[in-house]
Ligand binder design. Sequence first.
Ligand SMILES: C[S@@+](CC[C@H](N)C(=O)[O-])C[C@H]1O[C@@H](n2cnc3c(N)ncnc32)[C@H](O)[C@@H]1O
Length: 274
Amino acid sequence: MQTEPGDAGAAYLHGANSTEQARLLRRTAANSAAFLLPHLQPGWELLDCGCGVGSITCDFANVIAPGRAVGLDMQGAQIERARRLAVERGARNVKFDIGSVYDLSYADGRFDAVFTNTLFQHLKEPERALAEIRRVLKPGGVVAVADDDHSTVLWEPRTPALTEALRLIARVIAHTGGDVYRARHHRRLLLEAGFVRVSATGTLGTGGVWGSPEETRLFAAWFADQLRAPAGRELMIGQGWTDADSLEAIIGDVLAWGERPDAFFAVLGVAATG
Ligand SMILES: C[S@@+](CC[C@H](N)C(=O)[O-])C[C@H]1O[C@@H](n2cnc3c(N)ncnc32)[C@H](O)[C@@H]1O
């Protein structure tokens, strides 16, 4: 888990290592934000909260040009990668800022659209984040909040190790105030935050579908890195949810799963707009 000073206790399990960045770089506006694209207009200013490596943000910048996309993330390493990605793509109408969704440094009513993808499942105070998002959104602007919901995970072969690994990650996220089953509540959360014309849809793509050898290998390497990350490891062992030997065995099995020619992993997301 990585936290930044002054972030009001925000904790984020996944960090910003190379497998996490590779995992996020697969995401595009087409595969992770198709529900929002029909609402966007050229010339708009859009904020992407918890933008990670900025691959979706850069796609938004193309759609709303000559407007501007702003990506915000609390981890400096992700913002650095996002800025490099914008240069690699020649995207000039995109900007990336370090900051917290709980304390946005933007004026009231500045943005035409605010988007977040797989951020809310990690937040301890989603209502507080939505209040900030609403503050910086123009009256009549569009909000879109998307996450995957872990109850929809499909994976084969359903090995005991992968099952246990998923259970451990869900417990760590819950311990830091998040909820891997929050996505199903997004429509209600938006209504309670005062948004109107709120609707929700199912998505495939936020957590992703992993079904080729390259994909399942990357997924397994990412998962192994997550289980090895010191803060999460310390928590899992410290809480007695597992022990060092069992964790090593789980990691070995997860990596072996990723090499199997029949391995498959997918998770359904929920996106609410208002
Ligand atoms: C799973 S990643 C998703 C990144 C991106 N939205 C995407 O779909 O590719 C979640 C991101 O949210 C960021 N994050 C977590 N808590 C945050 C907070 N309180 N404020 C801003 N960013 C946060 C993390 O640093 C991480 O990069």
